[in-house]
Design a protein around this ligand. Structure first.
Ligand SMILES: [Fe+2]
Length: 504
């Protein structure tokens, strides 16, 4: 797809009615704060403070209070990103995914642990900060466009992930371009274009980086899928745009040694609802009777692919994939449908600490000889799976998750879990109900060679103290509890994803 076609497809969305009147009356929210009318909707709830959001201010702490002992070989920068601003004037976003990106740097050094966070200065953020109101539609909130919608980057919040590539940071958002930032100051440099013909093309928030630094990524726009291969030096090696088997709404993907793998859930976009003023989220329809498409693309030649089918299922995140004897093994976190996405998330954004639907580790065995697929599932409630960075796209033994321990829903991860894939053996630490845990990432121990010889580093929120902390576990013994917690004197908005970059 060329740029012109891409913008035409976007135009269909952007022009499809981002006004709000129908939405406000149909949801009943207008009584307590519909768009553009009453005061923002957030019932103060100490368990959900991290969803209140900031007001656009940057924060920093030179020296976190350390409980325990930070390992002497854990030195580097732990970057995270997530939606940090949800309200302007008398408006509040309805969906967690809508907030403006706030990039965090936890720096682990000889002197201790520091923290700084800055909002990504997207064009959207700067214009709205100056105006004191929201100016563009959001993914889950039908806001009237008050500036020209030139491309998806007009709505780009840069709020989903942050990676370091060849010395610079990239703040990522699945619907548009990456934003480059200074890795030290967190100042925003601007939008990244991988090649002139790719300007403005979506670059998803879940690139996969192999042990040698090769990065693979994709972007979706309606029924088109763009795929990228990028060198460790940040140079585009190849790309390809293909037509998708259905309107592509892929958040994440997996790579094996030879393939890129996508699971495309049966989600349809109801254009009538969009034109009537609903948001994208509220215009999505779950087609339970349809299949989930399994799209498998060859790494060596993006034009070679096959499409298989499995029953309808919903997912956001993959852990890893690998293949052996022409059989692909992959894992992801499965839920049944869109309920958490379009019903539960708007509730917690209003301050309602209500139960979510479960989301469970799931596994696919895809036989490329016979095109037969076997699905197996586990019962633990978990999300945000990660693996040791040394085994991305290779056979892995372990998966690591924030985990809702002993709970039937996953609306608060009160622990962390390591799962041994083959045996099913678990290593779990339960923080208790007082804490909410985010994604934890795997940081190889200095000088180690084997998968899992690592520190597990993440972020959490202490409900009683109303403050946030970074947590460090020995990844080989989670049940022993964290070896260190680095406490901040303030709370942080919940993040989605991040990565730790060790210093030599
Ligand atoms: Fe994600």
């Amino acid at each position: 797809m060329n740029r012109r076609n891409f913008f035409q497809s976007l135009g269909a969305v952007a022009a499809s009615g981002i006004a709000l009147p129908t939405w406000a009356t149909q949801t009943g929210l207008q009584q307590t704060g519909g768009i553009g009318k009453a005061k923002p909707l957030f019932r103060a709830n100490p368990r959900l403070t991290c969803l209140r959001g900031y007001q656009g201010q940057d924060v920093s702490c030179d020296s976190a209070w350390i409980e325990g002992k930070i390992p002497s070989d854990l030195r580097g920068d732990f970057y995270r990103n997530g939606p940090g601003l949800f309200e302007r004037g008398n408006q509040r976003y309805h969906h967690w995914f809508d907030g403006d990106g706030m990039v965090h740097a936890w720096r682990f050094g000889e002197q201790g642990v520091s923290h700084q966070a800055r909002f990504v200065r997207t064009k959207k953020f700067l214009a709205e900060q100056q105006a004191g109101e929201f100016l563009v539609p959001a993914f889950g909130t039908p806001i009237e466009a008050k500036i020209p919608m030139r491309s998806s980057d007009t709505m780009n919040t840069a709020n989903t992930n942050v990676i370091q590539l060849d010395g610079r940071l990239l703040a990522l958002w699945e619907g548009g371009s990456a934003h480059a930032m200074d890795a030290s100051s967190l100042q925003t440099h601007g939008i990244v274009s991988w090649a002139p013909e790719l300007a403005g093309m979506p670059f998803s928030a879940h690139p996969k980086v192999e042990a040698d630094g090769t990065m693979w990524n994709f972007g979706t726009m309606m029924d088109r899928l763009v795929m990228y291969q990028i060198s460790a030096q940040g140079k585009l090696i190849k790309h390809h745009v293909m037509k998708c088997p259905r309107t592509a709404m892929a958040h994440d993907f997996a790579i094996s040694q030879k393939h890129l793998i996508f699971l495309l859930s049966p989600i349809a976009l109801n254009m009538d609802l969009l034109r009537a003023g609903r948001s994208m989220v509220d215009s999505m329809e779950w087609k339970a009777e349809e299949s989930t498409k399994v799209l498998i693309v060859e790494k060596a030649d993006f034009t070679k692919s096959r499409i298989l089918e499995i029953p309808a299922l919903m997912l956001f995140h993959f852990g890893n994939a690998w293949e052996e004897n022409n059989i692909i093994h992959l894992d992801f976190v499965k839920s049944n449908d869109l309920t958490n996405f379009n019903t539960w998330m708007p509730k917690i954004m209003r301050g309602e600490d209500v139960a979510s639907e479960p989301s469970n580790p799931a596994f696919l065995r895809i036989d490329l000889n016979t095109n037969k697929i076997r699905l197996t599932e586990r019962l633990e409630n978990a999300e945000f799976p990660r693996v040791d960075p040394r085994v991305v796209g290779q056979r892995n033994q372990f998966l690591y998750y924030p985990h809702a321990v002993n709970k039937r829903d996953n609306n608060a991860f009160n622990g962390v879990m390591r799962l041994h894939v083959d045996s099913g053996k678990k290593d779990v630490f339960d923080f208790g109900e007082r804490y909410r845990l985010e994604e934890h990432v795997v940081v190889p121990k200095r000088g180690s060679r084997n998968e899992g010889e690592a520190w597990l580093v993440g972020v959490g929120f202490d409900v009683d103290r109303q403050t946030s902390f970074a947590s460090v576990f020995d990844a080989q013994n989670l049940s022993a509890g964290p070896v260190a917690l680095a406490h901040l004197p303030y709370w942080l908005p919940h993040c989605f994803h991040g990565n730790f970059y060790s210093r030599a």
